[in-house]
Write a protein that binds this ligand. Structure first.
Ligand code: PLP
Length: 421
């Protein structure tokens, strides 16, 4: 099936007389009639549901759908995108390990990796993802166990050269983890370019309607965990009477370990109701991403020619430094988020925000509604212009997440708000 059909039909196939819409299994537990059945579930020799933290039929349907969309062997839904990244890392890394990550990533992921993981004894080296391979190789250490980056970075809008990063990771016998939130599988499938693990904040375009927080970890099934660098995959797990993941689950070793060990112990699971909402959003994902991308490109072109705008950042523009990579990795469109800088700085930015009408002011992106934010007067308002510059944020910077309203209405609203900027 093509992605449009998969988004509608994968994960749940109703039998004769069953509901067409995905049923919400609003139950923490599941009934069994024999001790033997329950024992087999606990020994992981039989598949089935017994407790919703570890698996639930509604969440399972969503996991199967997302795994299929990304071309993976399995997926695990989590309570948020942050939880997805943490779960993926905790499945691979332990105290004493090291990660090489792009510095061009989401702020929440930067905090998790740069600050919180340190408290667990995991160190991260952040690299400029545009550096040549010889320079990037210097960031690797004997204890490096993972490489991480974002397909289309939030909010920097840089494009990761996935093939180059996968080759670099594999030379060092470690997996490449890609956060594919902004691209979604409708615009890019990182496994096709050699990535090993994918995470998403499903909160963004996958849900798409700003109603449900969630995340997902997807396993390509392609990474070889038996090189000796990952003893937790090849040596007995005492918490499962000596189970060896690589032997018992083969290509599924990573995603099974993520569920039965990390999800069991850290517990950041998605709910049945949450999975239902996310699945509902996913059903129209390809259609929405096409329009988000087309509307964003039209807005970017409009802003680029506007006299009050100094600069526009959108990889879909020929003038953008990421454009060549975008043509390779995002040929169907560059998603819905753009940023631009107003010539009038902080005052102009605040005035623009005060005058938008159709466009909503939100601390969010990837919404069906066009929404905008001026960091210098909101999230970063305590900072001086010099401190803003240190964060790479210009006082006149505006973030715009272009929604699904008619393009003429969006541009009309931008036009009138810019008159005040
Ligand atoms: C929003 C976001 C996250 C965090 O997701 P939450 O669902 O808010 O926890 C992680 N990565 C990227 C790229 C994001 O945009």
């Amino acid at each position: 099936m093509q992605i449009e059909s998969k988004c509608i039909h994968e994960g749940y196939t109703p039998q004769s007389g069953e509901p067409c819409a995905l049923p919400i299994a609003q139950s923490t537990t599941f009934r069994y009639t024999s001790a033997e059945d329950v024992a087999a579930l606990f020994d992981l020799t039989k598949e089935g549901f017994f407790y919703t933290r570890l698996g639930n039929p509604t969440v399972d349907a969503l996991e199967k759908k997302i795994a299929s969309l990304e071309g993976g062997v399995g997926a695990l839904c989590t309570s948020s995108g942050q939880a997805a990244l943490f779960t993926a890392i905790a499945t691979i890394c332990k105290a004493g390990d090291h990660i090489v990550a792009s510095s061009s990533i989401y702020g929440g992921s930067f905090n998790l990796m740069g600050t919180s993981l340190k408290r667990f004894g995991i160190e991260v080296t952040f690299v400029d993802q545009t550096l040549p391979n010889e320079e990037l190789a210097k960031a690797f250490r004997p204890n490096t166990r993972l490489v991480m980056g974002e397909t289309l970075a939030n909010p920097a809008l840089t494009v990761l050269d996935i093939e180059r990063f996968a080759a670099l990771a594999h030379e060092h016998k470690v997996p490449l983890l890609v956060d594919n939130t902004f691209a979604t599988p409708a615009l890019c499938r990182p496994f096709d370019f050699g990535a090993d693990i994918i995470v998403h904040s499903t909160t963004k375009f996958m849900d798409g309607h700003a109603i449900q927080l969630g995340g997902v970890v997807v396993d390509s099934g392609n990474f070889d965990w038996t090189s000796g660098l990952f003893p937790e995959f090849t040596e007995p797990d005492p918490s499962y009477h000596g189970l060896v993941y690589s032997e018992a689950f083969g290509k599924m070793a990573f995603i099974v370990k993520a569920r039965v060990q990390v999800m069991r112990d850290y517990g950041c699971c998605q709910t049945a109701q949450g999975a239902f909402y996310t699945d509902l959003g996913l059903q129209t994902l390809p259609l929405r991403m096409e329009r988000h991308s087309a509307n964003a490109l039209a807005c970017a072109k409009f802003l680029e020619s506007h006299p009050k705008v100094e600069r526009v950042c959108y990889p879909g523009l020929a003038s953008n430094s990421e454009h060549a990579k975008a043509q390779k990795y995002l040929p169907k469109g560059c998603s819905g988020v753009i940023s631009f800088v107003l010539k009038g700085g902080r005052t102009a930015g605040a005035a623009f925000i005060d005058h938008v009408k159709l466009v909503t002011v939100e601390v969010h992106v990837a919404d069906i509604r066009t929404c905008t934010l001026h960091p210098a007067s909101s999230t970063h308002r305590q900072l001086s212009d010099a401190q803003l510059a240190d964060c790479g944020i210009e006082p006149g910077l505006i973030r715009l997440s272009v929604g699904l309203e008619h393009i003429d209405d969006i541009i009309a609203d931008l036009t009138q708000a810019l008159e005040h900027a």
